[in-house]
Each structure stands twice: as C-alpha cells, then as structure tokens.
Write a protein that binds this ligand. Structure first.
Ligand SMILES: Nc1nc2c(ncn2[C@@H]2O[C@H](COP(=O)(O)OP(=O)(O)OP(=O)(O)O)[C@@H](O)[C@H]2O)c(=O)[nH]1
Ligand SMILES: [Mg+2]
Ligand SMILES: [Zn+2]
Length: 316
C-alpha cells in the first residue's frame, strides 16, 4: 500500500534493529529496508544517539541493484521517550557518552532474577523512579523463580504490590508462569531491561518464540559465558505491539532525574510530603520530616527509603 501524500521513493517506518551503522527499518507497508544515515540526515531530537531502535524515521529508497544499502534515513522524528545507557568508555571509541537503547516505548519491563545474579531491589527502585519521571507504564518481572524460595522472594517484593506496581514471577522452566506477562505485553511497545544474565532474551524467545522472525538465539544451557545481547532488537508480537530486547546494563541511567525532583518519583512519599516542616524538604537530614517519620512509624518501607537515599546521593 503506497502512501499517497509521500514523494515517490520515500516512505516512513520504524527502526527495529541497529547493528553498527546499519539500521533495519520496517516501513508502514511492512517492507523491510537495510538503511543507513548520511550527512544530510535530520533529527528532531536532542539526545546524542542519532538513530535508535524504536525511532520513527523517514526514508529515501535508493536504487535497488548492487547497492549495499536499500535506503537512506532522511529524518528521525521526535521521540516520546528514551531509555538510555552510559557507554562503556573502555570498550567503545565513540565520543558519545550516552546512548539511546530504546525509543518511544510505552512500557518498561524491569527484569530481575531471584538468583544468579541476585535480586537487586535497589536497581528496581532506580527503574521505578525513571518510569515515574517519564510517566511510562512499568512491569516488574522476577525471573528464575525455579532457583529460589518463593516465600522469601514474595516477602522481598511485597512493598511493590502494596504500592500498586505489577509484579510477575516467572521461570523459563515453567511455561504456565509466562502467560500473565504475555498478556500484559499485548498491543504495547515494551522494552525489557535489567542486569546481564537475568534472562531477558530467554524470556522473550519463549514468550513469543513461534512468531519471531529475527532474534539472537540465546543459549539455553545454564552456566556462564553464554552469548549475551549487544544490540537492541525490536520484535513484533503476534497480536499487535512490540517488545525490545536490550543489552544488560550495569547501572541504570536516570537521565533527567535530579536531587530536586527525585522525591516526586517515589510514589509513597507523595501522601506524607505535606507533613514535612520545610516545603522544600529533601527527606534526607531535615528535622520534622514527614517521610522520615513515616519510615519510623512503619508506613514507608525502610528498604525503599534507603534506595531513595542511595539514589539521592548518587546524583551529582
Ligand atoms: N534456571 C533458570 N535459568 C534461566 C531462566 N531464564 C534464563 N535462564 C538462563 O540464564 C542465562 C542468561 O539468560 P539470557 O536470556 O541470556 O540473559 P539476558 O538477560 O538476556 O542477558 P544479556 O543479554 O547479557 O543482558 C541463560 O543461561 C539462560 O538459560 C530461568 O527462568 N531459570
Ligand atoms: Mg540478552
Ligand atoms: Zn521530608
């Protein structure tokens, strides 16, 4: 189906994979183009990555034949949201320190594992603060439930249920555990993110394996040294929507969060903040702090408050 209002040889589409400087773009009529940027590529974004998986772009289709590329990207449209990471300077010669790993997502899927690597609620709290700041829907997935004591994990995750976050408990050894997550992904553009080795790629393969056209095969044998994801890849879901598999991160980059605005992204703080003696209270050391009082009275989970402090002091 040709779009009528476009120039001949031009079309718009979605970037589904970025490998080096080659981008796979799925056009609105479902045709797939191997694309590249050129010095005239324009962008409506300020972030450093010119093109990222999830971007909407305009293409100029080049002559088919012996060309290595089938299209050039003429315009990168404004992003609704961006998941970023700090580049590993030692491994990457690029001058860009911040890289966009997924653009335009509706939903962030935070994946942790119950064991190997151990469950980090501190990391979960960083992701949640980010999701609140960007007003993204967020799902928390605790994977590898076959390796841990379910009661211990449930106790650790109880505060998140109390706060109204959606928590999913999965094991790739038990197909039935995947169904609620599969349902929550339908029709949306979701990005899976988390530490390396928690099972993001394995989960995505199993969730939608039968319909997946392009993905990195993940080694299903347990143990170290398995193939890990190095580039984000977007996959269409059978009944609409997409998932983006992203590379494992060391520490999640909080982009626009500052010491001043962090307090608004811990949702349990909002109800008690009016009790603080100072309206600009940072909830760290001030006397008469409503948040600290709530922590002592048991109304706010102490581990969440500790995460708040750790994140607060990690910011500039
Ligand atoms: N026991 C158990 N092992 C799992 C489960 N899910 C994944 N694994 C194993 O964990 C290892 C890492 O899985 P991956 O899917 O590669 O992890 P990843 O999160 O994609 O890692 P990166 O691509 O490095 O970010 C693999 O050996 C998987 O087989 C699970 O539910 N239970
Ligand atoms: Mg992976
Ligand atoms: Zn306070």
């Amino acid at each position: 189906m040709e779009q009528k209002n476009e120039q001949p040889g031009t079309c718009s589409g979605l970037v589904t994979e970025a490998t080096g400087s080659t981008y796979t773009v799925v056009a609105d009529d479902d045709s797939v183009f191997r694309s590249r940027t050129y010095p005239g590529t324009k962008t409506e974004n300020e972030e450093t990555s010119l093109v990222a998986v999830g971007d909407r772009v305009e293409l100029k289709v080049t002559e088919t034949g012996r060309e290595q590329f089938e299209a050039v990207i003429t315009l990168v449209k404004q992003r609704r949201s961006a998941l970023t990471r700090k580049r590993d300077i030692r491994r990457n010669r690029s001058k860009e320190k911040i890289q966009v790993i997924a653009a335009n997502i509706d939903q962030l899927v935070v994946v942790v594992s119950s064991f190997d690597p151990p469950l980090s609620t501190r990391l979960v709290d960083r992701y949640l603060a980010f999701a609140e700041s960007e007003q993204l829907d967020v799902l928390i997935v605790v994977n590898k439930m076959d390796l841990a004591d379910a009661a211990l994990i449930a106790a650790l995750m109880e505060p998140y249920h109390q706060l109204g976050y959606s928590v999913f408990y999965t094991s790739v050894c038990e197909q039935a555990s995947l169904q609620p997550l599969r349902q929550a992904l339908g029709g949306k553009l979701s990005a899976f993110s988390g530490h390396s080795g928690v099972g993001k790629s394995t989960l995505i393969n199993l969730l939608f394996g039968h319909k997946q056209l392009k993905t990195r095969r993940t080694n299903l044998k347990t143990g170290k040294g398995v193939h890990t994801t190095s580039n984000s890849v977007m996959l269409p879901l059978p009944d609409g929507g997409y998932v983006i598999d992203t590379p494992g991160i060391r520490e999640f980059n909080l982009s626009d969060i500052t010491r001043e605005n962090l307090r608004f992204y811990f949702r349990e703080f909002l109800a008690v903040m009016p009790d603080c003696a100072f309206s600009s209270c940072s909830h760290t050391e001030e006397p008469g702090c409503g948040v600290q009082r709530a922590v002592h009275a048991g109304g706010i989970d102490p581990a969440r408050y500790e995460s708040y402090l750790a994140i607060y002091y990690s910011l500039e």
